[in-house]
Each structure stands twice: as C-alpha cells, then as structure tokens.
Design a protein around this ligand. Structure first.
Ligand SMILES: Nc1ncnc2c1ncn2[C@@H]1O[C@H](COP(=O)(O)OP(=O)(O)O)[C@@H](O)[C@H]1O
Ligand SMILES: [Mg+2]
Length: 428
C-alpha cells in the first residue's frame, strides 16, 4: 500500500538511540506502535515514554482521535504490532467499540487501552475481552513503558518475529532475489521492520543487492566464542534500507563453512524476539544446518524455474519438508524466470499441482529489468515501480506474513480479530 493512500495524521516520534544498554535490560524489540489519543497531554505522555532507553528500537506514531479514528484508519491501513487507545467511552460502550476495532485489525496486533475510569470491574472486563492491558490516566511515562515491556519482553511473552526462509529448487532460480524483494515489499506494504539474514556465507548477494558493503555481521555472530545475546546481535546488524536490517554474509573464502547442525539456532531464536519479520536467505544446499533451519522456521518459500530439473528438485524438497514438519504449514511455491524465450517450460499451475504445493507467486523472465536492479544494487520496485513482479512480491509478502486472509476477505467485513481481542468472538 502506498503511503499516499493513508489518511493517518502521522506524527513520527524518534526514539533516542542508546549505546549504553545495561546487560540484561529488557530492551523492546523493533515493533511498531500507533497511539490514538483524545488529548494532547496523552500524546505527550506516550512520546515521553518512547524516549525511555528500553524503547530505543520502537517506531511510534501518535494520532489525534481515539477509538473511532483507529477504526477508520485500519479499514484501509495495515495494523502495527501494538495499538494504544485512549478511551473515553463508558464501561458499557467500550467493549462494543473494541469489537468494531477488532473487525479491522490483524490477528497478531495487541491493544492497550488508556482510560480515565479507575474501575476494577471495567479492568477485568477488558482483560477478559482480550485487551492486553488497561492503564488508568493520569499516569507516569514509566508506567506506560512497563506495560509495554511486560507485553513484549516478559518471561514467557510470545516471540514477536515470524521466520520465513527462501530456498531455490536449483541454484540461480532467484531465491535470493525473491527474498530481498519480498522483504522490501513487506517493509513498504505492511510497514513492518524486516531483518534479512544472508545464510549464503561464502557467496551471498544481499550486500550487493542493497548496494551495501556491510560488516560481516553473521560470521561474527556464528563464530563468536562468547555467548551471543540480543544486544550483540543488534550491533552486528547493518541498515540495508528503510525498515530493513541485514545480517550480512562474510562472502570470504578464507575458511570453509561446514557448520554444526544447530549453528544458527540461537541466532534465529534471538532475532525472532527482536524483529517482527525475519527473512532467511538460504543457500541452495542440503547440509545438516540447512535442513535443521528448514525444520524450525515458520514459513518456507521454494523458488523454482519452470523446467524439469527444478521440478524434480522441488518435488524432493517438498516431500522432505512435509516429512520433517508434518504439523507445519506447507511450503509456498514461487515460479520465477518464467517465459524465457525458446525454452520449453512447464506451466506454473502444472508445476505446482505436480509437487502438491500452493502457487503463491509467478514472476516472468525479464533480464533487462532484473539485471539493471542487480547491477545498481537496487530493488525491482526502485528500478520499475509499475513492474508486474512487484505485485507478486507483495502477494508473497502478504501470504508469508499472515496478512493474506485479512486482505482477501476485505478488512471491514472480516471477522479476524487481533490476538488479544480474539476472545471477543467467543463472548459476543
Ligand atoms: N525474474 C527474473 N528475470 C530475470 N533474471 C532474474 C529473475 N529473477 C532473478 N534473476 C537473476 O537471476 C540471477 C540469480 O538470482 P539469485 O537470486 O542470485 O538466485 P539464487 O539465490 O536462487 O541462486 C541473478 O542475476 C538475478 O538478477
Ligand atoms: Mg542465493
């Protein structure tokens, strides 16, 4: 979605970056927060809270208007990780308003209500209805910070990040290209913070594709002798574009990369707690660690060219993955580089049917545009905003980020409720 279609009256609040974070500090992950305030004092209170060092990674926007403004906004805009609502309605009206908000929100979004009534019955009612917290105004910025950290970093808080891996059925099919462009689409379209982890340690292209010469973040993390933690990983990330961070591959052949099966386990686990979308650019290989990563992540995208060798490999991959992760969602298929002149090809539909996989995207062969993007170190949308492939990247982004259903059903009519607010359905 283009920024121009939004009717949000944005006030972006810059968090103050801090280097000095005490060890073990409960630093909030890179979440997006949107606050809807009835009074300017409330907006100021939240803006002050965001200057707390624990909030240094958080992206906050404050908006005028309470719950009605929020409902209006999310009819046509993606929802953030957390919505803060200043509520004026009374104990009877508030649950009804929240129900209407739930109808336009994404399932994973959480809601904190700031209210003016100090009423334990209302508090219990709202919590029972799925609101994550109810904070009584007036309050101190520190209380807001505590409420949010309790939600996202307390022991036992669900990890906020979704892990999505991209693999090619055959080298060169374009899995890295698709991974980076889908990351771009998610950052732009769904406006979530994305981390790209370039697991192709020897030959990865993420740095090149984003025209960066970043430090070898991922190697430093995987070969670290001390125990890695979120603060250390954060230092190893570099910025690839707006809302996109990168854990770059060393791309050096001074050593080999025969890693242990669980070499990346901890890194993936930590990143999942700090970034909402973790995109893993996985090399075309079948090592112990590749297989292990593929068994542990949330979503897998197989990128294949529509020829016989890709078909055979994709089939083997899908069979192996279904056996390794029987309870998980099945992989997505993206057919890339389709329509290469003079090449006999299998139709994408037939390809997907014969490997029993959902066809989430099809992208045509266009060496001029993709070549220009690669040579310039730009994403396809930067080279050609109207290119058809961008729609495919957005569709894959929505599918793997779990946003597809909301979009497909039409947000206003959907009955999909925010994580916390799901309980409403059972009650109402
Ligand atoms: N749809 C496409 N049309 C033309 N060239 C493409 C397309 N998709 C990717 N490419 C090019 O194919 C090459 C291989 O892509 P890459 O993403 O590195 O593959 P993989 O990671 O699967 O090995 C790159 O030069 C890339 O620019
Ligand atoms: Mg690659």
């Amino acid at each position: 979605m283009d920024k121009s279609d939004t009717d949000i009256e944005d006030k972006k609040v810059e968090a103050v970056p801090t280097d000095e974070v005490a060890p073990g500090a409960r630093l909030l992950p890179r979440i997006t927060i949107q606050a809807f305030c009835e009074h300017s004092q409330t907006a100021q209170l939240i803006e002050t809270a965001v200057h707390d060092r624990r909030m240094s990674k958080v992206a906050l926007t404050t908006h005028n208007g309470g719950i009605e403004a929020a409902i209006e906004t999310y009819r046509s805009n993606p929802t953030p990780n957390l919505i803060i609502i200043e509520a004026h309605s009374d104990a009877e009206q508030l649950p009804h308003d929240l129900e209407r908000l739930a109808e336009v929100c994404d399932a994973s979004t959480r809601v904190v209500v700031l209210g003016h009534v100090n009423d334990i019955v209302l508090y219990r009612e709202l919590i029972r209805f799925g609101v994550s917290d109810y904070v009584v105004l007036p309050t101190a910025p520190a209380d807001i910070v505590t409420s949010i950290t309790d939600l996202f970093v307390a022991d036992g808080a669900a990890p906020i990040g979704r892990t999505i891996g991209f693999v090619a059925a055959k080298g060169g099919a374009g899995s890295s290209t698709v991974c980076h462009n889908v990351a771009w689409a998610i950052a732009q379209d769904i406006r979530q913070d994305v981390l790209i982890v370039d697991l192709d340690l020897a030959f990865g292209t993420a740095g090149l594709n984003f025209n960066q010469d970043p430090p070898h973040g991922l190697a430093d993390a995987v070969f670290a002798t001390e125990k890695i933690d979120a603060v250390m990983l954060d230092r190893l990330m570099s910025k690839a574009a707006a809302n996109i961070s990168l854990l770059a591959a060393p791309v050096l052949l001074d050593r080999t990369y025969d890693l242990e099966e669980r070499a990346f386990e901890q890194i993936v686990e930590i990143t999942q707690k700090t970034v909402p979308m973790v995109m893993l650019d996985i090399p075309h290989a079948w090592t112990g660690w590749v297989r292990h990563i593929l068994t542990t992540i949330d979503e897998i995208v197989i990128v294949a060219e529509p020829d016989l060798a890709n078909l055979r490999n994709a089939k083997s991959l899908v069979d192996a993955l279904k056996a390794l992760r029987p309870a998980d969602s099945e992989p997505h298929l993206v057919v890339n580089r389709a329509g290469m002149p003079k090449r006999p090809e299998i139709s994408p539909g037939e390809f997907a049917a014969s490997i029993e996989c959902r066809l989430t995207g099809q992208i045509g062969f266009d060496p001029a545009t993709f070549g220009t993007a690669a040579n310039n170190g730009q994403m396809l949308a930067e080279v050609s905003a109207s290119h058809k492939a961008n729609e495919a990247f957005r569709a894959v982004g929505r599918a793997v980020s779990g946003r597809a259903k909301v979009e497909a059903m039409g947000k206003a009519n959907s009955l999909k409720l925010p994580g916390g607010l799901t309980k409403l359905l059972k009650i109402g």
